[in-house]
Design a protein around this ligand. Structure first.
Ligand code: 13P
Ligand code: SF4
Length: 324
């Protein structure tokens, strides 16, 4: 039996701590429409941890970090997947669901890391370091993944490096992730020069100032931050790992050195924790809105397609990662 749909009014309770009542009427109509459209279209919405709370908590079916979204994408039982996140995440969902319609609400939702490297760059790295395996961060195009031996995310990068059992690997394209992982292993890591435009802006001086202004604050950092930031943080991990840390340790005060919506989304679950809020917005993640999710479902756009010759090799690299 099909149950009654929740209504926007009933969902507001969840997010009232992070969305002021005055803003809610602007969201309610789209939320009700999206909930109905999902049922009509047999669609599910996968949302990354950086999506705004009205998306993350009110219309998403599956939420998480890049690794969780990839894992859960493998078992989606729906005709249509809407990826509320950036383009490489939608491509990963398509790689794992070649027979489903995968939609991204805004095609321009990119990523500075994905833009920092091409398939030709990877081929040149292979020529320069013959026989050295290539680990590609999921924040890359399918064409780049297709040139690699295995993918990784910030949640499993160290495990992926160890799984290869070799003394030297190439890890592309995030220079800082590669350096932060290199600090935890004896395996030599050859890096690329890509940076996340959001995380590269955090500095160790920011953390010193935060600790002075907010005594006792626990500092969590994403591994895309510069090594000087990760070194002085209390913990570094993927977006899911940061969220789990807050759930397990329940610090009285915490600051997440990452994208702004993370704090809002985690704060909804932990009203007892004080979130200190200097953060940086990801302009690509913020391209996804309730309005364009609604249009995506109404008009079946934008359909994510991948050249089948590229897809086959890229899928192999992603699936290999999921078995580590
Ligand atoms: P996570 O895999 O930790 O969710 O990170 C994805 C991302 O784009 C971080 O900037
Ligand atoms: Fe890419 Fe950085 Fe935005 Fe993540 S936060 S999607 S790595 S630009």
């Amino acid at each position: 039996m099909i149950g009654a749909l929740p209504t926007a009014a009933s969902l507001y309770e969840r997010v009232r701590r992070v969305i002021p009542p005055i803003e809610w009427p602007a969201f309610a109509d789209d939320i009700d429409a999206i909930l109905a459209l999902k049922r009509q279209r047999n669609a599910v919405i996968l949302a990354h941890n950086y999506q705004t709370p009205e998306i993350f908590h009110c219309v998403a079916d599956i939420v998480g970090d890049s690794l969780a979204l990839a894992r859960k994408a493998m078992s989606v039982d729906a005709d249509v997947i809407v990826l509320a996140g950036v383009h490489f995440m939608a491509e990963t969902a398509k790689l794992l669901n070649p027979d489903k319609t995968v939609l991204i609400p805004d095609l321009a939702a990119g990523c500075s890391l994905a833009d920092s490297i091409t398939a030709e760059d990877v081929r040149l790295m292979r020529q320069r370091y013959p026989g050295v395996p290539v680990i590609t961060y999921v924040n890359t195009s399918a064409a780049v993944k297709a040139e690699s031996d295995i993918c990784c995310t910030s949640g499993n990068a160290l495990a992926v490096v160890k799984s290869l059992g070799v003394p030297r690997v190439i890890m592309l394209p995030d220079e800082y992730l590669a350096k932060n992982i290199a600090a935890q292993t004896k395996v030599e890591i050859i890096a690329w020069k890509g940076r996340c435009e959001v995380h590269e802006r955090f500095t160790a001086a920011d953390i010193r100032e935060l600790r002075e202004a907010h005594p006792g604050v626990t500092v969590l950092a994403h591994p895309e931050c510069p090594p000087e930031v990760v070194t002085v943080a209390d913990f570094a991990g993927s977006t899911a790992a940061m969220s789990d840390y807050v759930g397990r340790h329940k610090p009285a005060r915490v600051v997440l050195m990452t994208e702004c919506s993370m704090s809002d989304n985690v704060a909804v679950e932990h009203p007892e924790v004080e979130f200190v809020r200097p953060c940086n917005l990801c302009p690509h993640m913020k391209r996804i809105t309730l309005a364009n999710i609604r249009t995506a479902l109404e008009e079946t756009r934008h359909i994510v397609t991948i050249d089948p010759r590229v897809a086959e090799r890229a899928r192999w690299a992603v699936e290999r990662m999921l078995f580590v």
